[in-house]
Ligand binder design. Structure first.
Ligand SMILES: [Zn+2]
Length: 376
């Protein structure tokens, strides 16, 4: 995602921030400082209300991050690869690579986030009940307790893509053994919920509460899109009819011919399954850099050897288009020196197709984890 900034790593898991969070943070601080805290804690000055709003807003995002870390750490315990956590407008999304190993694993991963929210809600409410604490601390702690409780309840609604929907799907999946049917049913409740939210939002707009109404309808629209995407994901046509654009990695890591091998090595992160990086210069696609170049060149030469020396160009670099079928792309890759192909849209780089991605899709009887594999 281009609009995501890397914040850093927590417990070895990469955390990113979508630009939309900054807008929400500002809106939340303003609402808390001018509306909520002056009501719940009157008698404190404007500056105190503002300071409380800053602490509470940051605490809110920390709570969402901890919720997502709950999912991610449980997923790691279940042996899944974690691509990272992104915080955005509606909370957070933990992204996993590959498929859920079992219904039980999906259930435990889905339940781990709400479990964290429940602990946080209990902790903050408990802290607010401590006798004699300053009014400002009480106000912030009460609000964080309330918001974590709200997050907990919202996420437990049994509608995909919410955590409760994932738990429902896992339970249906365990009972029937059919992931597709389980997903379609859980996504159905997701759509039903979404329509309800949108309807309620419209009613609120008509009744004059435009701000809350638009917000509610917007969340409904998001749930509707996500539920549809989950259902389509498992119901999609078989791999034979699938096209490159369904399976490629969009926005892959790339390098340039002038980059040193040192810089190329620094691109790779844990969990990335690249065996080659697209090489581009000024928007033009030049070829593919096989990562085995890094093994062939002694480490002390990495600082002055350039990616351009090792780049596969022309017919040596496998290339497909977004409209090619997966079967055709796989055939093209069979004789190739690397396990990845450039995906071209005209002469623009549209993505990277990796054999590992295709193999995941072709494994019979299993569903890849629909992406993103966790809602907020
Ligand atoms: Zn969650």
């Amino acid at each position: 995602m281009r609009s995501t900034y890397r914040l850093g790593r927590v417990a070895g898991i990469e955390v990113g921030l979508n630009w939309s969070v900054l807008g929400l943070l500002a809106l939340l601080m303003w609402t808390l400082a001018t509306g909520i805290f002056p009501t719940t804690n009157p008698g404190l000055g404007d500056n105190t209300h503002f300071a409380m709003a800053v602490v509470a807003s940051l605490g809110f995002f920390a709570s969402i991050l901890l919720h997502e870390l709950g999912h991610a750490l449980q997923a790691r315990r279940e042996g899944m690869q974690i691509e990272g956590i992104t915080l955005w407008l509606f909370g957070g999304v933990a992204r996993f690579a590959g498929m859920f190993p079992s219904a039980g694993a999906e259930f435990r991963i889905a339940a781990a986030g709400p479990a964290v929210s429940a602990l946080l809600a209990g902790g903050f409410v408990g802290a607010a009940l401590v006798p004699g604490i300053p009014s400002a601390v009480d106000g912030v702690s009460s609000w964080l307790g309330f918001i974590n409780l709200a997050l907990l309840i919202f996420n437990l609604i049994p509608a995909l893509p919410l955590d409760g929907g994932r738990m429902l799907r896992a339970a249906l999946w365990a009972r029937s053994g059919d992931l597709t049917k389980a997903t379609v049913r859980a996504a159905g409740t997701g759509r039903f919920l979404a329509m309800g939210l949108i309807g309620l939002g419209v009613v609120m707009i008509v009744m004059g509460d435009g701000f809350s109404g638009i917000w509610l309808a917007f969340i409904g629209w998001f749930v509707l899109q996500a539920a549809g995407a989950e259902a389509r994901y498992v119901q999609g046509p078989g791999p034979g009819a699938m096209r490159v654009r369904d399976m490629m990695t969009t926005d892959p890591l790339t390098t340039s011919p002038g980059a040193t091998l040192e810089e190329v090595a620094a691109l790779g992160r844990d969990g990335d399954r690249y065996d080659a990086y697209p090489v581009t210069e000024d928007g033009r696609v030049l070829g593919l850099l096989p990562l085995r170049a890094l093994q062939q060149v002694p480490r002390d030469e990495w600082a002055h050897r350039r990616a351009g020396e090792f780049t596969l160009e022309g017919p040596d670099a496998p290339a497909v288009t977004i409209e090619d079928t997966l079967a055709g792309a796989l055939a093209a890759l069979q004789a190739a020196p690397v396990q990845s192909a450039l995906v071209l849209d005209g002469d623009r780089l549209a993505g990277l197709l990796r054999v590992a991605d295709i193999e995941d899709a072709l494994l019979p009887g299993t569903g890849r984890a629909p992406t993103p594999a966790s809602g907020g």
